[in-house]
Design a binder for this molecule. Structure first.
Ligand code: ZN
Length: 184
């Protein structure tokens, strides 16, 4: 009897259950994509408005040094980069996905050339040292290796790549950071 039930289950019920599960997965993926697109569109609108407002404000200032200061203060450069990255994602609609090649290419981007980490100094052989950005310290325990090799902090034992650095400084998700790096 039990054997018959198992057989029936495997032959008739199991395929139905599997079909339901994959349908559910597909729906959720679609839902996720739509949410992401809505979010991107909203971000683009907000960033555009924000940048326009700031630029208008700055254009009224006569002193160049004050204009520079205000541009920095409002983080215009970062906002423009973010805008560019969102616009790219919108143009390539299915780019909520990234490939393994994208990740590898993103990791190849030289951390130093990103110009995000302060107080780095060359220690030879293409390496740089600086105070760690992931834990509080004043002495440099963080070493950044040559192009595409990432870095390591001997204080908090943290291994990191260019992707982690972009996530840290731009507050991007992993996917956003990869996209940002490969579009640089
Ligand atoms: Zn550290």
């Amino acid at each position: 009897m039990l054997k018959k039930i198992t057989e029936y289950y495997n032959r008739i019920e199991l395929p139905k259950v599997r079909a339901k599960v994959s349908e559910y997965k597909e729906e959720n993926l679609e839902f996720g994509r739509e949410c992401r697109l809505r979010y991107i569109k909203q971000q683009i609108t907000e960033l555009n408005d924000d940048i326009d407002d700031t630029l208008e404000l700055i254009s009224e200032v006569e002193d160049e040094w004050l204009r520079d200061l205000l541009t920095d203060y409002h983080g215009i450069e970062g906002k423009l980069k973010r805008l560019k990255s969102f616009q790219y994602e919108l143009e390539h609609k299915d780019s909520s996905k990234i490939t393994e090649e994208d990740i590898l290419a993103a990791r190849q981007v030289d951390i130093i050339s990103l110009d995000l980490i302060p107080n780095t100094r060359s220690i030879g052989n293409g390496r740089y040292a600086c105070p760690c950005i992931f834990h509080e310290e004043t002495q440099p325990s963080m070493v950044i290796y040559g192009k595409g090799k990432g870095g390591f902090c001997f204080g908090c034992n943290r291994l990191f790549s260019s992707i982690d650095i972009v996530m840290h400084y731009h507050n991007y998700s992993f996917i956003e950071a990869v996209k940002y790096l490969i579009n640089k």
